[in-house]
Design a protein around this ligand. Sequence first.
Ligand code: DGI
Ligand code: FE
Ligand code: FE
Length: 212
Amino acid sequence: MFNPTDERLDELREQIRQSLTPKRAGHILAVEDMAVRLGKLYADDDESERVLRAAALLHDVTKEKKGEEQLALCREHGITLTAEELCAPKTHHARTATEKIRADYPDLADGRVLSAVRYHTTGRADMSIYEKLIFLADYIDDSRTFPDCVRLRSLFWDAEPEKMTQEERNTHLDTVLIIAFDMTISGLVEDGAVIHPDTIAARNYLVSHKNI
Ligand code: DGI
Ligand code: FE
Ligand code: FE
């Protein structure tokens, strides 16, 4: 049973407002709202809502650390990066946030929270519902104005998932996630950036299980 109190979550929100820039804090709180909205459609129970709130609030807790600090945090927490990961610096904060939760927020270090944070940037093959919802909430939270994010937000909500059967809704989620991974991968290719193997595995898993 994962049951952080409302006061504990309030304390966390306050810490986030104090320690991060207003822009990052605004994003994090918007991700929490979006994750809860998505949760009502896909994991509609009190415990799941708390898992989603905790994961959303902590997903970018180390995001404002610069490159060298990320690497120092990796060393400190015993995170070993592959050669590909070393060349994908924007994915490091997801790893360091996960270890920071284990070390500094042991009461919130539930397995579902930890994996949703760890895979919030790349995704991975066979994602849990919490991983999928945090990944999508991070992409389409209401504070995002980047055209791909706005487009994906409309694609998700304009289809009126609340009126769908659960089966249709699950298919809809995976369809929107495939588009999200395609947009991310295209952007990375355009930039000549390294694509993390988990990003490719996430996309391939969804595409190959689409009609099963
Ligand atoms: O932390 P946020 O900005 O809220 O969002 P995020 O954790 O999804 O990070 C997005 C950034 O991560 C964006 O600049 C693209 C980058 N990214 C995502 N997947 C990969 C990646 N970068 C590399 N090199 N490889 C990836 O597979
Ligand atoms: Fe992030
Ligand atoms: Fe984020």
